[in-house]
Design a protein around this ligand. Structure first.
Ligand code: FAD
Length: 473
């Protein structure tokens, strides 16, 4: 008898609770993927996510084929598709690993109910978190709103799921009516020619094997200096596991287990704490499902965001603000689908404070361009920087991109890498070319000679706006 294993953001074979549940029940797992972007509510995956998923699904299919099975791909309404597959194969169960995006949680609840009414065994499992959102709460029984006590509670109840190997063999099941080919471009839209995503793949290998390799490289090369190194954008001292985690190509508890004997304990703890931020973000999204679209802190509903002029937003998006660290970050994002965490904070601070543009505009751009675009982490990140979120940085904390750049990228290497126009300048000047009397400097090509707005003015106006908000409330 068959159990449908409905793959979603859990594109791996190791540590896969839904797959294990099918095997434990003595059922033949039927690996299924259903393309249904219209079911994602207001947050249909962006172009960079689509490009990644296309490859991750191909990798999963290839890994399944290596074990005698394959991925059965469908498109359309998820419930109707699952019902049709069950009818065609006689499947008695549907298993999946949970997702926590509000639209998906609502959909899955409905699907579980409908399938059960039909007499099918329908069950979701935890495939992506160390703790389910309903397993950690404050002493008063509320969801945590502050990270430090959240993480303390998590560590005191530490009991992550156990790692499990991938099954070595899976039964093959014949083609099912309605199946689509993975290469069907309309199904998992691959970017049109010329492929803007082509340079991405110099940096990334989507799929479970790519995730395992990224973890090995990190443990071997970078873990020993993680807590300091993670703030230096010119060096690759972070794990770059975020897209792999988003698409479930590796389980967080697998990372924790593989780190157990690696590196200095303080570095290990610093890294696991970052996984803790990912947990926190997912718990917050589950408990406060309105936050992708609305301020967590309603006091900011009255804040005077500037009307974003299209050319200002365009300059920020395309790395042409004239502030080198901001522009370098935005170009790294465009070229690789990823941006260093510290630089994400700086470009977000620049948008929401110096330019006073609503964080939602930034969150949407990231959503479309990041290969690790993740509704929980992106929402938390943007609201944190903007000062509107849970446990957020206060709005009056305005990053100075020049000082940050000179401190964290003193050799100006990050700038030179992403803004080759500025490479001929001495390292210090790369962070503020306008200070170095470069107004007529030919080497800078068409890079803006002056910043879009003066950093001092932008900061002053942001602080005035927050002071006015406080006076009004
Ligand atoms: P590492 O330093 O190696 O960290 C390991 C893992 O911990 C990451 O892969 C990630 O899963 C998790 N993590 C680390 N920092 C954070 C954090 N601050 N919040 C939540 N999880 C974290 N991360 C995303 O995965 N998707 C997003 O869409 C996203 N948008 C962001 C937007 C803004 C404005 C900001 C400031 C941060 C955002 N982040 C997002 C968080 C963070 O920047 C990335 O997770 C990190 O840069 C990924 O690189 P890494 O895997 O090398 O990180």
């Amino acid at each position: 008898t068959v159990a449908i294993v409905w793959f979603r953001n859990d594109l791996r074979l190791r540590d896969h609770p839904a797959l294990q549940a099918a095997l434990k029940a003595g059922l033949a797992p039927l690996p299924v993927y259903i393309h249904a972007p219209h079911e994602e509510g207001d947050w249909v995956p962006g172009a960079a996510s689509d490009a990644w998923r296309h490859r991750a699904l191909a990798a999963l299919d290839s890994d399944l084929r290596g074990r005698g099975s394959r991925l059965h791909v469908f498109a359309g309404d998820s419930l109707a598709t699952l019902q049709a597959i069950a009818a065609a194969t006689g499947a008695t169960a549907v298993f999946w690993n949970r997702r926590y995006e509000p639209a998906i949680e609502a959909r899955d609840t409905r699907i579980r109910r409908e399938l059960r009414i039909q007499g099918l065994r329908a069950e979701g499992f935890n495939g992506s978190l160390l703790f389910e959102p309903w397993h950690l709460e404050t002493k008063a029984g509320d969801p945590f709103r502050v990270f430090t006590p959240f993480w303390k509670a998590a560590l005191s109840r530490w009991n992550p799921p156990r790692t499990q190997p991938a099954p070595s063999w899976l039964p093959g099941i014949e083609a099912i009516p309605g199946e689509r080919a993975l290469d069907d471009l309309a199904l998992t839209p691959a970017p049109p020619e010329p492929r803007w995503d082509a340079p991405f793949w110099n940096h990334w290998t989507p799929g479970e094997r790519g995730a395992a390799a990224a973890l090995r490289t990190f443990v071997h090369d970078s873990l020993h200096d993680y807590s300091n190194g993670r703030d230096r954008p010119a060096e690759s001292l972070t794990s770059r596991l975020s897209p792999h985690l988003h698409f479930g190509e590796i389980a967080p508890w697998r990372i924790v287990a593989e780190l157990a004997d690696a590196g200095p304990p303080d570095q290990r703890a610093a890294y696991v704490r970052e996984l803790g931020w990912r947990e926190f973000a997912h718990h917050v999204l589950h408990h406060f499902p309105h936050t992708p679209d609305a301020n967590f802190n309603p006091r900011f509903d009255d804040f005077e965001w500037a009307d974003p002029a299209p050319e200002t937003l365009h300059a920020w998006q395309h790395g042409r603000t004239g502030v080198p660290l901001v522009d370098a970050g935005m170009r790294e994002l465009w070229a690789t689908g990823w941006m260093h965490n510290r630089v994400r904070m700086i470009v977000a601070s620049y948008l929401t404070k110096h330019l006073r543009i609503h964080w939602r505009h930034g969150a949407r751009w990231f959503w479309d361009t990041l290969v690790d675009a993740d509704l929980a982490n992106n929402t938390l990140g943007w609201q944190w920087v903007a000062g509107t979120g849970v446990d957020a940085a206060p709005y009056f904390r305005v990053f100075n991109p020049v000082l940050q750049g000179r401190r964290l990228d003193p050799g100006g290497e990050y700038i030179a890498r992403w803004l080759p126009e500025l490479q001929p300048l001495p390292p210090r000047a790369r962070h503020a070319p306008w200070e170095a009397g470069t107004a007529n400097c030919v080497v800078m090509g068409d890079y803006p000679r002056l910043p879009l707005i003066s950093l001092a003015d932008g900061r002053r106006k942001a602080l005035e706006a927050i002071a006015r908000l406080k006076r009004r409330q």
